[in-house]
Design a protein. Structure first.
Length: 182
């Protein structure tokens, strides 16, 4: 049984309980839900498997193999920066999956593989801070702000994201490489 089916049944049961309890206006919740974000997130996973079938993860695995040739430092910085870039343009949820599939397909093992796994997580956690589409949390936050007539432009978000994220990303990936070097 797919986990999504179990989650859907549980969500429906919780919805019925909430509707009967009258503590939450469930029709208002459904009416005001950010459905465009939900559809966007579902679409991202379809795109991931389409990209995998088209060979994207194999191409990324080849790039990861090049990074691996430079040892733990190359694997950490290369993987983390690549997944940060991908997560900033493609969203972090599908990118972490693409990264994991690519690492699995790469010809790496041991501490280099460990560096790539951790760097994938770091890149996918920090990379989304670069653009507004990088994470669902940001999309939801911007949706709430827009409903309150507060607008944050792409340009402002991007400039702020680059200035704050890149140094933290490089420092974190360097700390990872340093830690795994001993």
């Amino acid at each position: 049984v797919p986990i999504s089916a179990i989650a859907a049944v549980c969500a429906f049961i919780l919805y019925i309980i909430a509707a009967r309890g009258h503590a939450i206006n469930t029709s208002k919740v459904l009416k005001e839900a950010p459905w465009q974000v939900v559809i966007f997130s579902l679409g991202m996973y379809l795109v991931v498997y389409g990209l995998k079938n088209a060979g994207l993860t194999d191409h990324i695995a080849q790039i990861l193999n090049v990074f691996a040739g430079y040892g733990v430092w190359g694997a950490s910085l290369g993987t983390g920066l690549l997944t940060a870039l991908l997560s900033s343009i493609m969203n972090n949820m599908p990118t972490v999956l693409v990264g994991a599939l690519s690492i699995h397909a790469a010809e790496v093992d041991g501490v280099v593989q460990q560096a790539m796994v951790y760097a994938n997580i770091i890149g996918c956690d920090l990379g989304p801070k670069i653009t507004p589409i990088g994470s669902l949390a940001t999309l939801l936050w911007l949706h709430v702000l827009a409903r309150k007539n507060i607008t944050i432009s792409w340009g402002y978000y991007f400039k702020t994201g680059i200035v704050l994220t890149v140094p933290i990303l490089v420092a974190t990936l360097s700390a990872l490489a340093l830690r795994l070097s001993f």
